[in-house]
Design a protein around this ligand. Structure first.
Ligand SMILES: *[C@@H]1O[C@H](CO)[C@@H](O)[C@H](O)[C@H]1NC(C)=O
Ligand SMILES: *[C@@H]1O[C@H](CO)[C@@H](O)[C@H](O)[C@H]1NC(C)=O
Ligand SMILES: *[C@@H]1O[C@H](CO)[C@@H](O)[C@H](O)[C@H]1NC(C)=O
Ligand SMILES: *[C@@H]1O[C@H](CO)[C@@H](O)[C@H](O)[C@H]1NC(C)=O
Ligand SMILES: *[C@@H]1O[C@H](CO)[C@@H](O)[C@H](O)[C@H]1NC(C)=O
Length: 448
């Protein structure tokens, strides 16, 4: 059960000016324009002042007046550039200027790394994959700062909902924080699929809630084939989100398995079932509906009012064959963004969840729900060198173990997901104030 994801052969031919980049450039440009024209560039753009902003601008009216009063930004360590809203999603991996800088953690300093992600332990010979830094187009992404993160999480509760890749992310986060503190295990049961930890010095609760497809699903008794109830919540996680301040949901590779789709408890179609009497609806149908239902669960919850992140699709990198046909990922360097664009299935899955996210965002806004995008797909697409390949286990005979080009080595490029998250948490002050400003403005207009 180690390697759940299977992936079709990914086409790795360089592709200049892919559809995706063009689209992203247009979207990105439009977004930047929108943000730059609507967010006044006058907030004190520093670490905690963003959070102070949140509390100091309690009333919409105060928010409006403060926001429109021009201020000159003078002090601080962060460059203005790095604090401005910036699309983290697009950029390039650049060699770390200090190749001998200590890693934030290793297999020796962090005990939270699952064996199959422990590439250093299993003798991965090239350490070069650890020496790259993500540089978003047009800004600097500060390296993860565990003290800042834990301070922001004081008295808060954060749940990660998803599959093995979500667990991969949680382990990365625990390791990044481990320099300061390890959490204690306060899990409600011994079920490894539902974990809860507590950072005692910060009163911060971290949870992992397992789900393969976000919606209710049952694996066939013979294994490998799933019955997906596209209109039914997966209560194993939806019943657990009460009281959390933050939720991060994600889903991906499990949708590549053969699946039967149910709605209203009836089979309505399938993916890869090859039956005459069942309509092939493809992967994207199920993927779209699963996200729609998951967002519905979140937006209709009486007891969850937190900020919800969608962590976007994490691409696999099998080359020269499918996962079970000897495919492997042997590259030792990132792609350059100009040489390789997201395409095919990866692009389609990405766009599908993006559409459902936008839909939910519109829906949620009516009731004050905050939905955010942790858009890591492009950055990870550029890291074919970040997977365990055969270094997720000791070599064994018979070739019964697959090369893992789905999960991510720890330490490894997946660690930047926490950089993204921290950056977004810090920007949340600006963003919330911005939403209040819009609200105040609207109210004012309505009252005229
Ligand atoms: C902030 O800037 C000062 C002066 O430039 C420098 O000494 C200090 O190390 C910086 N602090 C951080 C956290 O970068
Ligand atoms: C960590 O990896 C090194 C090889 O890079 C290995 O010698 C060491 O035993 C590993 N430590 C643990 C705790 O697995
Ligand atoms: C810990 O945080 C929770 C909210 O997550 C809060 O209700 C509780 O009062 C906090 N406990 C302490 C001792 O501050
Ligand atoms: C499709 O046909 C198979 C056998 O040919 C049968 O077992 C199955 O119940 C049928 N499914 C539907 C949805 O009619
Ligand atoms: C490996 O192959 C040998 C001989 O075919 C067999 O006896 C053994 O059970 C296999 N081991 C595994 C782990 O599949």
């Amino acid at each position: 059960m180690m390697l759940q994801g299977q992936a079709s052969t990914t086409d790795l031919r360089p592709c200049k000016n892919g559809q995706y980049r063009t689209l992203m450039a247009i979207l990105g440009g439009a977004l930047a324009l929108l943000i730059l024209t609507t967010i006044p560039l006058s907030f004190p753009l520093l670490n905690y002042s963003l959070l102070l902003l949140k509390t100091s601008l309690e009333s919409p009216a105060a928010a409006a007046s403060a926001a429109f009063r021009p201020q000159i930004f003078t002090s601080g360590n962060l460059s203005i550039l790095s604090a401005l809203p910036c699309d983290l999603a697009i950029g390039d991996w650049i060699p770390n200027p200090n190749p001998n800088a200590a890693l934030p953690y290793t297999n020796d300093t962090c005990w939270a790394i699952h064996d199959h992600l422990n590439c250093l332990k299993y003798g991965r010979p090239d350490a070069g994959f650890l020496r790259w830094r993500w540089r978003p187009e047009g800004c600097e992404l500060p390296a993860f700062n565990p003290a800042q993160f834990l301070e922001l999480m004081r008295h808060k509760a954060f749940a990660f909902v998803g599959d093995n890749i979500a667990r991969n992310q949680v382990q990365s986060l625990i390791c990044l924080l481990s320099k300061l503190e390890y959490p204690i295990d306060v899990s409600p049961s011994r079920d490894e699929h539902f974990k809860k930890w507590k950072y005692m010095s910060y009163n911060f609760t971290l949870a992992f809630l397992w789900t393969t497809h976000l919606v209710k699903s049952k694996e066939s008794t013979t294994g490998g084939v799933f019955n997906l109830y596209l209109d039914e919540f997966d209560e194993a996680w939806t019943s657990q989100i009460a009281g959390f301040d933050y939720l991060m949901i994600s889903s991906g590779q499990w949708f590549l398995h053969p699946m039967y789709y149910y709605e209203n408890s009836q089979v309505i179609g399938c993916h890869d079932c090859f039956l005459n009497n069942v309509t092939e609806l493809g992967i994207y149908h199920g993927y779209r509906k699963a996200f729609r239902t998951a967002f519905k669960a979140i937006l209709s919850s009486e007891s969850y009012k937190g900020i919800t992140y969608l962590r976007t699709f994490s691409p696999a990198h099998f080359e020269n064959g499918l996962w079970n046909e000897g495919g492997n990922c042997l590259r030792t360097e990132p792609f350059r963004s100009k040489d390789s664009a997201l395409e095919g299935m990866n692009l389609e899955l990405y766009m599908t969840q993006m559409e459902e996210f936008r839909r939910a965002e519109r829906e949620g806004r009516k009731n004050g729900f905050k939905l955010r995008l942790l858009d890591t797909t492009q950055a990870m697409w550029l890291r074919p060198d970040g997977h365990p390949s055969k270094y997720g286990h000791w070599p064994k005979g018979n070739g019964s173990l697959y090369n893992d080009c789905v999960h991510w080595c720890l330490p490894g490029p997946i660690d930047i997901w926490s950089d993204f998250l921290l950056h977004m948490l810090k920007m949340e002050g600006i963003r919330s104030a911005q939403e209040r400003v819009q609200y105040a403005h609207q109210t004012e207009l309505n009252q005229r």
